[in-house]
Design a protein around this ligand. Sequence first.
Ligand SMILES: O=C(O)/C=C/C(=O)CC(=O)CC(=O)O
Ligand SMILES: [Ca+2]
Ligand SMILES: [Mg+2]
Length: 431
Amino acid sequence: MAPLPSLPKFLFPNPLPRTDFTLHNLPFGVFSRTGSSMPRPTIGVAIGDKILDMRVMAEKNLVPPYFADFYLNPFMMAGRQAWSEVRERLQQYLSDSHPSSLSHRPDVVKEAIVEQKDVTMHLPAVIGDYTDFYASKEHATNVGSIWRSKENPLLPNWVHLPVGYHGRASTIIPSGQPVIRPCGQMLPKDADKPVFGPSKVLDFELEMASFVGGEFVAGDPVPLDQARDKIFGLVLMNDWTARDIQKWEYQPLGPFLGKSFATAISPWVVTLDALEPFRCTAPEQDPEPLPHLRHRGVDFPSYDIKLEVAVKLEADHSPETICRTNLRYMYWTIFQQLTHHASNGCLMRAGDLLGTGTISGKEKSSFGSLLELTWAGSEPLRFSNGQERKFLEDGDEVVMTGYAEKGPIRVGFGECRNVVQPSRVRGEPVV
Ligand SMILES: O=C(O)/C=C/C(=O)CC(=O)CC(=O)O
Ligand SMILES: [Ca+2]
Ligand SMILES: [Mg+2]
């Protein structure tokens, strides 16, 4: 099949220089028109710098009625076949030459095409449950070396299962929303008693996350060879973390208030169908996992997705890249994560979010958190304007981006961007 053009000519008579949101991509999100007196969440599909309003498309019977919903949960629940059929129809509507092309329907184009600059993006789904994994061997080895033991950085279970914890869904926020520096308990260096106050060691974690979809039955596992049909798509994720709160609270039950204050995701969900050309091998697993977690006869269980973190220090500073990594470095795949999660009979629901865990590579420049990049603050990062950072300061903005590219095909995730605001107690900054 000849590759699709990047964008349809009838909507983009002047080609855009480069876009994440090509005809190959067609990611789904939820937006509202900025400044409208009654903003209501509306499902949209990103195309170039525009959005196709799916409520308008549903009202005109061009797509199934669940696209008139506020959120993507009903579509996520509809399952793999519906996802692929809708994708095919959208590619026809947005092509220049197909008989169903919207180029023949200027009335629909007029109503259904919105400029991205005129909207506010929201969370794409009502997220019932959120789980985060710890699946990059490089990341787990780094954190284990820094906090526990250089000799034995990984606990014995790590190579046998994707370690995870149940996170907080209520504080998942979309890109663009500020992150308020959290308060909490921490143990100052050399002190024997904890103190309470704003975190001094605020960090990001570069991750991706899967939106789960399809129907699930409580008690039934998700066999690994069916897991691909139960993941709707992926987003970028920043698992904001207060290292001082985390370090004091985490034993023996794992992350809690050091992470539950904010988890940010990029607003456009890129479907696995769109990512199909970018499937790739995952790192070899040694020891071999137990049979239910073994990828049998699947050569390409991972995805080649390039990921970056940039930090903007002040208004006139342009974001500087501090990390470049790739989803393909992750030891436990997104499918093994889902299968492990459901292996005890735990009910998954369409719209649940599974964070991959921080994605670090082998090189220092590919570490996915400041804890690793500055080795717990002992090696500060230097920026071109002369400033240094061990961890994040108020006003710093973290910008995560990701894309996959092969020949003429580009599928990007847009960005996940949040600025740090000072800590608040009853609305007042804490001094
Ligand atoms: O090693 C630890 O004690 C904790 C590590 C984490 O920060 C947990 C986490 O969020 C896992 C991850 O993102 O990979
Ligand atoms: Ca994490
Ligand atoms: Mg977090």
